[in-house]
Write a protein that binds this ligand. Structure first.
Ligand code: ZN
Ligand code: ZN
Length: 125
């Protein structure tokens, strides 16, 4: 009697990028929601206002409810495939399209001097 209980489901189309390889991905999502909208002539203390959904006169504004439900249901890191190998850290190629893709071990210029020492048996430790 203190309000209107709204129950429903909604589907939405998603578009985004794979979090690992940036490939565009599309998906569909379906969310269910239930929320009590209280009549706006009731008295609620200010700290409760954030938690309580209010009817706006005779109308129900579903947008915040839908937005929260969809955002909560979104994957934190969307992937094009569950085992997406991502991008090559060297050249940026999509590893899914270049299996077995390798580069020669790069020599960090800061360690090049050490490599020379290692090859010289006379060098002191
Ligand atoms: Zn991917
Ligand atoms: Zn590469």
């Amino acid at each position: 009697m203190e309000g209107v209980l709204v129950t429903g489901s909604a589907s939405a189309e998603l578009a985004g990028e794979c979090a690992r390889c940036l490939e565009p991905i599309t998906d569909e999502i379906e969310v269910r929601f239930q929320e009590l909208f209280v009549y706006d002539d009731q008295d609620y203390s200010s700290e409760e206002d954030d938690e309580v959904s209010m009817l706006e006169g005779d109308l129900i504004n579903l947008e915040p409810l839908l937005r929260d439900a969809v955002v909560l249901a979104l994957p934190f890191q969307p992937l094009c495939t569950d085992d997406c190998p991502g991008l090559c850290p060297e050249c940026g190629v999509r590893l899914a399209e270049a299996p077995g893709h390798v580069h020669e071990e790069p020599v960090d210029p800061r360690w090049a001097g050490l490599a020379e020492l290692q090859q010289d048996p006379e060098a002191p430790e």
